[in-house]
Design a protein around this ligand. Structure first.
Ligand code: ATP
Ligand code: MG
Length: 381
């Protein structure tokens, strides 16, 4: 008899049909990657995955952050006999206090004499006979006692919610425009959670934005790395571009033209490193540049899909996710941001693509972009 961790993966993976095994393989290798260096044994029993480890708590903490894992359960492995299952069920139920409960069974091992329904009823009866104060409620039980019979049998009642999503690396790649703010790390997390591989780009306006501001962005990328295993952060120098825009373009168009350059750079670096898409932390209506027209004008220079996973999310909800994923405390550190340094007094909220293209035509766009890429820092975090 030993304790194991049962790994339940996202129900979406079950729906993958022929692709299912490649999702499973990826998930398995991602789990192995987070457990690298830990002592553990991976056990597969008729389609269920278990992990044995002397240090199960540590394994739980790591595995529950792997995208694609929906839930982990601490189970006790017993002999697949009614006596052994009943005895463990009693032990488990002794912790239920005066709760209502029900038994849920899953009999995959057809050699076992009872079917799932009969097994639940039998285990329920054993528990009621042996543990005082409990009542069965099959509709709204306070506690659920699970029994699974495969090659071995497993009894459990302790479930721990995991991150969910899809295995990281299964759904293409994206270049996250990562600022030091609250939104973009959350946007990146949401893409990664759907299995999209993340790289990050930060536009740095030295000396107007400080070394500390850059360090803060690196810290945010490191927090994201806690979910993805590895991450590359590109730091593109942005000062020359900004200065040239300020010099030559209408003041009320600074922000929108600057945002077009950010988009061009993100796409160009994505192209260079074979990254399929771009992601931003924009949310409709949040600030002057995040209007439908503003988004259209910045999309105008993109040569690949641009994802804005937060587009319809309220700021308070974004902040909530940011607390949950652990980026909030870093995001709120008060370092300057390149967007807030040169803000026009009356930024255009309804820019028109043709007019903006025209205003930009005085700039040597290609050269500005190429220079920024040539002088980019690459940090493999
Ligand atoms: P955030 O909280 O992510 O900084 P924000 O609400 O401050 O977003 P903006 O400043 O308008 O909004 O930026 C919109 C998006 O543009 C950001 O979410 C981010 O994806 C990208 N972005 C802005 N500034 C930078 C920067 N210096 N480097 C990289 N990306 C940036
Ligand atoms: Mg910002």
């Amino acid at each position: 008899m030993r304790k194991l961790l049962l790994i339940k993966y996202s129900s979406e993976i079950f729906l993958k049909g022929l692709n299912r095994s490649s999702f499973e393989r990826k998930l398995k290798s991602n789990i192995a990657a987070v457990l690298k260096g830990s002592q553990y044994e991976f056990i597969s029993d008729q389609g269920r995955w278990f992990i044995y480890s002397e240090n199960l708590d540590e394994v739980v903490e790591k595995v529950k952050r792997v995208f694609g894992v929906e839930e982990v359960c601490i189970v006790t492995e017993v002999e697949p006999t009614m006596e052994a299952i009943g005895a463990q069920a009693i032990k488990e139920a002794e912790d239920f206090g005066n709760a209502t409960f029900k038994v849920e069974s899953n009999r995959a091992n057809k050699a076992f004499p009872l079917n799932s329904m009969e097994l639940s009823r039998e285990v329920g009866a054993i528990v009621l006979r042996n543990v005082k104060g409990l009542k069965v409620d099959v509709h709204k039980p306070q506690r659920v006692l699970n029994v699974e019979v495969r090659e071995r049998a497993y009894v459990y009642s302790k479930r721990i919610k995991a991150v969910g999503g899809l295995p990281y690396g299964m759904n293409g790649s994206t270049m996250l425009m990562l600022s030091g703010g609250i939104d973009s790390p959350v946007a990146g997390y949401m893409m990664a959670r759907r299995g999209v591989e993340l790289s990050c780009i930060y536009f740095h306006s030295h000396p107007y934005t400080s070394e500390r501001a850059k360090e803060k962005v690196k810290d945010l990328a490191r927090i994201l790395k806690g979910y993805t295993g590895h991450i590359t952060l590109y730091v593109a120098p942005f000062t020359d571009i900004q200065m040239d825009i300020i010099d030559k373009c209408p003041e009320n168009e600074l922000t929108i033209i600057m945002r077009r350059f950010m988009m061009r750079l993100a796409c160009a670096v994505a192209e260079k490193y074979n990254i399929n898409s771009v992601t931003t932390g924009e949310s409709i209506g949040q600030v002057a540049s995040q209007t439908m027209e503003g988004l259209m004008v910045s999309n105008d220079v993109a040569d690949r899909p641009v994802f804005r996973p937060l587009i319809a999310t309220d700021k308070t909800d974004i902040m909530e996710i940011s607390r949950q994923i652990g980026t909030y405390e870093t995001s709120i550190l008060p370092y300057e941001d390149c967007c807030t340094i040169f803000v026009p007094k009356h930024p255009k909220t309804r820019p028109r693509v043709d007019l903006i293209r025209n205003s930009e035509s005085v700039l040597d766009i290609e050269k500005l972009v190429q220079n920024a890429i040539d002088n980019m820092e690459v940090h493999n975090l």
